[in-house]
Design a protein around this ligand. Structure first.
Ligand SMILES: [Zn+2]
Length: 217
C-alpha cells in the first residue's frame, strides 16, 4: 500500500468454494476478499497469516515465511484436509442428480415439510441425491449453489420416511438459520437451530435411527 494514502475500503466474505481457496481483487478502489468457508472458525493466528499472504500477493511484496508456514500447517492439518475432501465430494463441479430416487422424491419431501413446518414460505433450493451412498456426510446445504444434497444411502426401502424427512428438515433449518460468527467462532447449529430441530415430531426416533443407519445398510 502506498504510504500516506488512505487504506482502500475492504469487503471480506466467506465463500463456499469447492476447494480451500482464497482470492483478493482490487476493483474500483475496493479490495474484495473471498475466503474459503472451510476457514471459518480458524484460529486468529491463521487468519492473520492469510491476511498477510493475500495482501503480499496483491501488492507484490515478499511473503513472510512464518506466515506462509503457519497457513500451510493449518490447511495441511488432518482435520482441515478431511473436511476439504468431504466438501469437495459434495460440491465438486456441481453435477446435481435428480431429486427423484428409487424410493423417495426429495422435492415432494421438501414441499411437504415446507407446508407442515414453514407455512409453505421457504423457496425451494435445488434438491439432489448425492452421487454415491456416502456415510461421511448425510446431508449438506450448499449456499453457493443453493442446493440441498442428501446422501443416497437414505434412498432405500429399509429407511423409514421420517428419517429422510428429518435429514431434509435439518438442511432446511440451515437455510432458515444462516451460519453466524459468534466472536471469531463459527456457529453452525445455534441454540435456536437446535431448539427448532427438536420440534420435529419424530426427533428422538430419527436421531436414534441416524446413529445406526450406516451400520445396518
Ligand atoms: Zn447441520
Amino acid at each position: 500500500m502506498r504510504p500516506g494514502s488512505a487504506a482502500p475500503e475492504l469487503k471480506i466474505e466467506f465463500f463456499a468454494f469447492a476447494n480451500i481457496n482464497n482470492t483478493i481483487r482490487l476493483r474500483e478502489g475496493r479490495l474484495l476478499v473471498r475466503l474459503s468457508d472451510l476457514l471459518e472458525g480458524a484460529p486468529e493466528g491463521v487468519v492473520r497469516a492469510i491476511a498477510h499472504i493475500l495482501l503480499a500477493k496483491m501488492y507484490r511484496k515478499p511473503i513472510d515465511r512464518g506466515h506462509a508456514a503457519r497457513y500451510r500447517r493449518y490447511v495441511g492439518s488432518h482435520e482441515v484436509v478431511n473436511k476439504a475432501r468431504q466438501v469437495r465430494q459434495m460440491r465438486g463441479r456441481k453435477r446435481l442428480h435428480s431429486p427423484r430416487g428409487h424410493i423417495y422424491d426429495l422435492e415432494a419431501i421438501f414441499e411437504d415439510l415446507n407446508r407442515r413446518f414453514f407455512h409453505g414460505l421457504m423457496g425451494r433450493p435445488r434438491m439432489s441425491w448425492s452421487p454415491t451412498r456416502t456415510c461421511r456426510i448425510l446431508g449438506h446445504y450448499d449456499p453457493a449453489h443453493n442446493a440441498i444434497v442428501i446422501s443416497r444411502i437414505f434412498d432405500h426401502p429399509a429407511v423409514p420416511r421420517y428419517a429422510v424427512e428429518y435429514i431434509v428438515y435439518h438442511e432446511m433449518l440451515h437455510l432458515k438459520h444462516p451460519v453466524r460468527l459468534r466472536g471469531s467462532r463459527r456457529c453452525v447449529h445455534s441454540a435456536e437451530f437446535q431448539a427448532e430441530e427438536k420440534l420435529f415430531p419424530e426427533w428422538e426416533r430419527a436421531e436414534g435411527f441416524l446413529k445406526k443407519l450406516c451400520t445396518i445398510l
